[in-house]
Design a protein around this ligand. Sequence first.
Ligand code: FPP
Ligand code: MG
Length: 296
Amino acid sequence: MNHEEQVRDYRAAVERALDHLLPPATVQPRRLHEAMRYAVLGDGKRIRPILTYATGEALGVPRHILNPPACAVELIHAYSLIHDDLPAMDDDDLRRGRPTCHRAFDEATAILAGDALQALAFRSLAHGELPGVGAAQRLAMVEHLADASGSRGMVGGQALDLDAVGRDLSLAELENMHIHKTGALIRASVRLGALASPEAGEDLMEQLDQYAKCVGLAFQVRDDILDVEGDTAVIGKPQGSDMAANKPTYTSLLGLEGARETCDRLYRKAIESLEPLGAGAETLRWLARYIIQREK
Ligand code: FPP
Ligand code: MG
């Protein structure tokens, strides 16, 4: 299997597992369940669960054991997108090329769908079958996901982001915002995959964390580049929307060329971090490349 096929396979695996985990739309409260399924089962890239699978498999963990953490990170991501699109936040009508959840349903249903997806993420970790994973590791997964999602992680980053609209940020402030808003969940995606392996000692965890930090930031720099030069139809949201909202971005602070150089530097550092993993980490290397070259 080449890397594209491998990643397609991971995507299909998490989509199957999510479909199974989400309550059926035929079960009451139907509209809420429909909204949850609508938000999760659309056309996502599934980068976070793919990172979980690729990290776990690089450490020899069988694929099916990675389903619960892979679902958990994607559910947190899906909830964050629903809430991010709400009128009180970014007020967006379009996500993944379709109406946002509150547009397709209504605002109250969208808020509740996000809340319920967050709860389901933690249920996936608490209840999911994790043969060979000890109770301490399972608890560590819960703790890492909670930290990455909460006020010291993604939600904190979102607060910094909302605070920054219309204000000039320094490069350090911009980076700090992204490290929390997007980086924390990407780091958790890698960490949860590694926690499924009894092999992963502290040193290896450190190296993987370095990889995840670089990939997380590179992901955001690429996002800012796409906002300038991407194609609305491909990126699934209006091109230029960050600029229009007067949001600080890497491209506004560094210029397009500077942002590209930053992306390349982060890519090289990500690859260096994987050295101790040898050939087993090829998919993680491919993913780092994919993230800095992606068109959507
Ligand atoms: C695009 O991901 C999304 C991001 C870069 C995430 C930004 C972070 C937030 C919106 C946090 C918001 C938090 C709260 C609590 C409201 P992607 O390109 O992987 O999207 P895809 O899944 O559609 O491919
Ligand atoms: Mg947004």
